[in-house]
Design a protein around this ligand. Sequence first.
Ligand code: HEM
Length: 149
Amino acid sequence: MSNYLAEHYLFIKSIHIIFVISWMAALFYQPRLYVYHATATPGSELYTTLCIMEKRLARIIMTPAMLLTFVSGSLLLMVPGILVSPMGWIHAKLFLVLLLAGYHGMLIRWMKLFQTGKNQNSQRFYRLINEIAPLLMIFVVFLVVIKPF
Ligand code: HEM
């Protein structure tokens, strides 16, 4: 198994990067939809259209891309030679990835508030939280490429 993974290391890493890009694209776009949604009148055509767009983005791209990022990342962890000392970068990376997954969960929760007409958060709130995923992603990429510790 580990021989097989080592032989296909670059292929698995490419797949990993493709799913990371898809997950990040969805995490960046979903809160932008909430910014428009926060000012739409519940029951209006725009409100209903945004509900559909958010649900499809979450179901078709955001959640599958997150799961496949985790699967491909876990396969990379099993490649011989990846988990060698110093391993601080991978612990830090996994912690930040956990925060990204928590943020993903919060986006789903806010989406459900819109669907049930119970959103209380302002447009400004969604503009602010929109910065979370790009910030976390920047740190993750520096960590995984530079491996500073
Ligand atoms: C459970 C989630 C994840 C795990 C277990 C994981 C694990 C890994 C591992 C073991 C590598 C190979 C490192 C190497 O070749 O030295 C890797 C590469 C990479 N990961 Fe992840 N990863 C995860 C999620 C993410 C996320 C969320 C991002 C971006 C936001 C990301 C970005 C990258 C990038 C850009 C590379 C390529 C680095 C390079 O070639 O130098 N990963 N990942």
